[in-house]
Design a protein around this ligand. Structure first.
Ligand code: ZN
Length: 415
């Protein structure tokens, strides 16, 4: 599927090293040093209620990771899915009287516009589930044939216990959750722990047999449609291969989605899904986590329509560490616009005075070093912004193009 237009990323002169990133599975900071190409998978949207600031913050976090890798001299291969057929989408379509395909197409297009306006680097492979139905059906068949999946009526379930015996994967190793918490989250986030006939309440659905009034496709697993987690396992294996560099997403995906996607992929390939499992925090609004069900969403498109500079939206999000849970306040945008104006004034003044230099002055070098050091330390964007703030507060007379290029390359802000 078409992604969106890639923003230019200037080559920023200078040395850098790969970032250290907090790994959810090992619960520590680990170096994300790619072999040759950095391979990144970030879970995409279910296309309704796009694009709220929680989404934007997550994609911006992994945009920053890519920019740090690029700055360190690595090539990046990035894949992202779109869950364009799943229960929540079908429910929303039915509730609003819209065809689910039209709802998905319209929301994906809105998401593209939002990502493009925020200058988020697009995935190299942007893949809708409806594009890989055949492959998911085949993967399900393989798991059935290997005895790692079983039937309940005509639906296919993943056998967690069999997978643990056959593959390098243990349920709970990624999320570090106890069974009670896993059961609660499983029920809350699309799972069906109480379904009769399952071997383990936590066994997830791989393939849902066709039912009246629901979309379905023929496949090697019978007529039906994919379960949720298997789509990401299949898309990641197809486009990135096994054992890729970083699996990313919002922290609400840690369990069950990422844990079980990793289980499916390990059972299919015999190797771990990824080396590092990285998660972005949740964004709250009006005291509650921003979510579709609570209807307390702030949409990127609303802010854009109200005239916000997309660079200010970007800066308002970058002012928070990606891993923290934080609350959006409406004045956050005003503060970001002020920060942007302060930085832009320095550059505009230098440009007007004809002192846009090629080579950075010592104070600029120091600022660049601080910015890079902050970003490679678990993507500390607030620290990077502070370094630029302090440099701008010194009201430097001259500015180098290396510095403006580096701010653009690493933070996606063109001054
Ligand atoms: Zn996913």
């Amino acid at each position: 599927m078409r992604a969106w237009t890639r923003p230019a990323v200037p080559h920023a002169a200078g040395e850098s090293v790969p970032p250290r990133l907090y790994d959810t599975a090992s619960q520590q900071l680990v170096e994300t040093r790619p072999d040759d190409v950095a391979r990144l998978y970030v879970c995409g949207i279910t296309p309704y209620d796009a694009t709220h600031l929680g989404h934007a913050a997550t994609y911006l976090a992994f945009d920053t990771l890519q920019r740090v890798w690029l700055d360190a001299g690595y090539r990046v291969h990035y894949a992202q899915n779109v869950t364009d057929v799943d229960d929540p989408l079908l429910e929303r379509a039915a509730a609003t009287g819209v065809d689910w395909r039209d709802l998905a197409a319209q929301q994906i297009e809105l998401f593209r516009h939002d990502m493009e306006s925020l200058r988020i680097l697009p995935p190299d492979d942007y893949v809708a589930v409806t594009e890989v139905i055949e492959q998911v059906g085949r993967a399900t068949r393989i798991l059935l044939d290997r005895g790692i999946a079983y039937l309940v009526d005509d639906d296919v379930y993943f056998d967690n216990r069999a997978a643990q015996e056959a593959a390098p994967w243990v349920l709970g190793d990624e999320s570090n959750l106890d069974r009670q918490t896993m059961l609660a989250l499983f029920a809350e986030r699309g799972g069906d722990p109480d379904r009769a006939g399952k071997k383990d309440p936590l066994d997830p659905l791989l393939w849902r047999a066709s039912r009246d009034g629901e979309p379905s496709w023929p496949s090697e697993a019978g007529a039906g449609r994919p379960g949720w987690h298997i789509e990401c396992s299949v898309i990641a294996l197809m486009h990135l291969g096994r054992d890729f560099t970083v699996q990313g997403g919002g922290s609400d995906l840690v369990f069950p989605h990422h844990e079980l996607s990793a289980g499916h992929a390990a059972a299919l390939s015999g190797h771990p899904l990824a080396r590092v499992y990285s998660h972005a925090g949740m964004v709250a609004y009006q005291g509650e986590k921003m979510s579709k069900s609570l209807r307390n969403l702030v949409l990127v498109s609303q802010l854009r329509d109200a005239g916000a500079d997309p660079r200010a939206i970007r800066l308002a999000l970058l002012a928070h560490h990606y891993r923290s849970d934080w609350e959006w306040f409406d004045d956050g945008l005003g503060e970001a616009a002020q920060r942007l104006a302060t930085w832009a004034a320095v550059v505009d003044r230098a440009r007007a005075n004809g002192v846009l230099e090629a080579v950075p002055a010592p104070a600029e070098r120091e600022m660049l070093d601080r910015m890079r050091a902050a970003l490679r330390d678990d993507l500390d964007t607030p620290g990077a912004l502070r370094a630029i703030d302090e440099w701008a507060a010194g009201r430097p007379g001259a500015v180098s193009t290396q510095l403006t290029d580096a701010i653009d390359a690493l933070l996606g802000i063109r001054l």
